[in-house]
Design a binder for this molecule. Sequence first.
Ligand code: SAH
Length: 399
Amino acid sequence: MTPLRQIILQSQHKRSFSGHHPWILANSIIEPASTPRVGEQVDLINYDSKWIGRGLYNPNSRIRVRLYTWDSEELITNELISRRIDRAIQLRSRLSNGSHRQALRIVFSEADQLSGLVVDKYAEHLVVQLTAAALVPFLDTIVDRLFHHYRPLSISLQIDERTAKSEGMEIEQRFLVGHAPEDSVLIEENDLQWMVDVVGGQKTGYYLDQRENRLAAARWTQPNARVLDICCYVGGFALTIAKHCTTREIIAVDSSDKALQSAQQHAQLNQLENRVTWEQNDFFDALSNRLDASEKFDTIVLDPPRLAGSRDHIQRALSAYHRLNYLAVRMLNPGGTLVTCSCSGRVSRDDFRDMLRGVGTRTRREIQVLEERGAAPDHPSCMSCPETDYLKCIIARIL
Ligand code: SAH
């Protein structure tokens, strides 16, 4: 085989890549004399000439190389990508409940050793989200493999604004198989029906990662509770609690008008229309106005969007989490349930727990942790890439 171009790590990074983390950032390599093209296969070499792994190069991305193999005999071929997809699907087949309306994350990027590829299955429709430009040449193989396994009615491709910017690509939304479903796609989750907009929704249309946390939040909600769901999107937590619990009142808040309209449709679809009050508001305002009015709740769910997009934002994000949780804890009745989430991969579990400890100290309330949860099991995480353990969900009783 023709030798691949070698990308050399800077000497101060000698140890950081022994753990198989797949991202090689621009500032950790010596820039090659001539720039490899987007998607070129390269070998990553330690400063002392030791071979580390093999990846795909992108001169436009801060993640210069994404590693896909640590076996020097293995090339990154269509066959390798196919095998990785098969392995990812093999795991999800164990989670299948037999319903054709089931929704699952089929491929989860680094956690399935397919950095930059996310595939979500919504009933008979698949959404492929690419976050790595270097994977574009593999698209046909990806589609073939997905079609082989599921024979879906459609497979759409999504390249979102953030990826387009960070990877030097065009924003894309097109159908690789079939065409856009005329209506939204109906899926089932936690005995509720959801209509997923696979074209115009947030992310790939729905937040599948919170599936089991929604049910856990319902499990810890006491009878006749007054509930506040902050950042409700299309009503995930609020409607699951409405379905599975008796409640006195549920208020659900989001800043997106579109999300709230969809939430109302979901309430109707599930015959829960009189159970939830939907409010368009900013999360801080919704909380602080209610605290000022001395309102009290029995369950509060906090599920803000990603607050730390990069390492530089971690402190700022932690202050925002502190403020949110501080306001919520102060409004919870003794014995009330706090369901607090963070989907920022850069914020570690330890940092998130420390933040909550700080809130306990400041509010002088004991925070009794009932469950420390993560994303649903179709979103596994890999030890080598801590960012895959991005979703934290602590359920606590506030004494
Ligand atoms: N809890 C939801 C997912 C939440 S995703 C579920 O179970 O599916 C985060 C949500 O926060 C999005 O719906 C987004 O519209 C909303 N959001 C973003 N910024 C916000 C702000 N400043 N105030 C209120 N909501 C916000």
